[in-house]
Design a protein around this ligand. Structure first.
Ligand code: FES
Length: 203
């Protein structure tokens, strides 16, 4: 894709992620439209200022992804299946930074510097913005041969803008335009079903 096409692609990506966010709201259980609208503006101002976001993750089924907004960015919460977690080490040799050693303070909090890049192996929490030019990658969770992906694809994400690929821990594959893994934002669990994004436990 030419450079000239990139801005449109980014805009399209943003539209896509807004649409995904609307869908995610339904998963999270937005009960009624009117009260939601009346409280929307101050909530959004607080979020834009960087306020932590509390998320009910109890409704995410294995293999599903919920997208929420934090600081104006899409944050993905992927509930990985046991098979998906087990498959992560198998692609290490194909990744650019399998151990999350690059820009650790920027991209991977200490508690996520592990094979699954997460606090709990079951849940991956990552900012859904490609480290190349900022498009939002698409879900390609189904393993195997398919369009734009290698025949031995293990499941992950494909950035539609210039073809960068990421595994289900947001780790970028080698020899792609994107230089780095996806960012893991600060986060912590208040309970088994309540996640906070934008804040973590201090040492
Ligand atoms: S923005 Fe270029 S590959 Fe993702």
């Amino acid at each position: 894709m030419s450079d000239a096409a990139a801005p449109n692609a980014v805009d399209q990506s943003r539209r896509t992620w807004i649409a995904i966010t609307c869908g995610a709201g339904a998963v999270g259980g937005v009960a009624a439209a009117v009260p939601f609208v009346s409280s929307f503006a101050p909530s959004e101002r607080a979020r834009a200022a960087g306020a932590p976001v509390q998320v009910d993750i109890g409704g995410i089924k294995p293999g599903e992804k919920l997208t929420v907004e934090w600081r104006g960015k899409p944050v993905w919460i992927v509930r990985r299946t046991a098979e998906q977690v087990a498959a992560l080490p198998k692609v290490d040799a194909q990744l650019a930074d399998p151990k999350s050693l690059r820009k650790p303070d920027e991209l991977t909090p200490a508690y996520a510097r592990n094979e699954a890049r997460s606090i709990k192996p079951e849940f991956f929490v990552g900012v859904g913005i490609c480290s190349h030019l900022g498009c939002s990658p698409s879900d390609r969770f189904t393993p195997g041969a398919q369009a734009s992906l290698p025949d031995d694809w293990a499941g992950g994400f494909l950035c539609p803008c210039h073809g960068s690929t990421f595994d289900l821990a947001g780790r970028v594959y080698k020899n792609k335009p994107a230089p780095d893994n996806l960012e893991v934002p600060p986060h912590m669990y208040l309970s088994d079903t309540t996640l906070v994004i934008g804040e973590d436990k201090k040492a």
